[in-house]
Design a binder for this molecule. Sequence first.
Ligand code: ATP
Length: 349
Amino acid sequence: MASVTLRAVSKHWGAFTAVEAVSLDIADGEFMVLLGPSGCGKTTTMRMIAGLDDPTAGEILIGDGVVNDVSPGDRNLAMVFQNYGLYPHMTVAENIGYPLKVRRVASAERERKVRAAAARVELEAYLERKPQALSGGQRQRVALARAIVRTPRLFLMDEPLSNLDAKLRVSMRAQLKHLQRELGTTTIYVTHDQVEAMTLADRVAVMSKGRLQQVGSPLEIYNRPKNVMVAEFLGNPSMNLIAAAIEAGQIRHPSFSLAIGDLAPGPVTVGQRAEDMRIVPPDQGDFRAEIFAAELLGDATIMTVRLGSSLVAVKADKDCPARMGDIVGVTFDRSKLHFFDAGTGERLG
Ligand code: ATP
């Protein structure tokens, strides 16, 4: 096992910057998720850690050693990809045992290790099958077994669950988390799925446009997003962001005023998550609004209401009686407001 350190790592493709000056410390045994929208540079960051792409600038350390000049095969890490990367002509057992064969592990020991790895992901019954005779979830488990078979010091996983259907993804997510905890192997996991990031990670590194935006525990990032990009990216529905102004200790908006204490006067972006807002009778809210859409989720209803020319999402009770077109009152939770600079989008306070 090993820690991983990135020191001002950049990757440029000609004039295009895929990753810019990313510095990150990943602790020994940590589950670190690189999260961000498509094209933000997370895969490129992981490929540089794997040794598949060379950084344009900066240093990558695994354990105490700089690995910039170490070939991928000598970095002692295992990778799991979205498309599994299984060899179609080999059986499950041969696929799992392949990394051991390459390292010339004797066949008796290889067989023992393959059985142990297969048992961990409940594949013992499928060892003689070929990949095409397996379901997507089973193939993904073969890829996982192949990654764990030789106890590497680091796992790198790039969207490993994204080809699975929604239900299987949730159950594989739990299996993956359990397995990583049991093995205690440092894991770097790339995804654009914020739910995966929240549920799997010890810490999440949020990236956008090649830059690291924020690193922290899932709750730190959810509760105190550093800027509007992070605020909008985590949480479903996205955090409501409302353009307003601070004047004399109040948030001023054409549709409401709210006393909030001492913030510097001027334009501001006010953030509030849907679950922190409430639907109340029309005369009791911080503002009145028309219901634009009501979406039943099962355990709650997302009410989208009109606030001026924009829309605001409110997470209401599942049996909230309001319907599209109704006029309701909406309240803010004053203790859970977020404030961002209207120009830069950076968090205030
Ligand atoms: P996705 O989730 O879509 O895979 P990502 O966040 O993993 O996105 P990267 O694959 O790291 O993003 O790509 C970052 C940027 O670098 C993208 O704009 C991509 O087009 C560009 N890029 C990646 N590889 C190359 C390459 N070999 N040559 C030129 N540009 C590249």
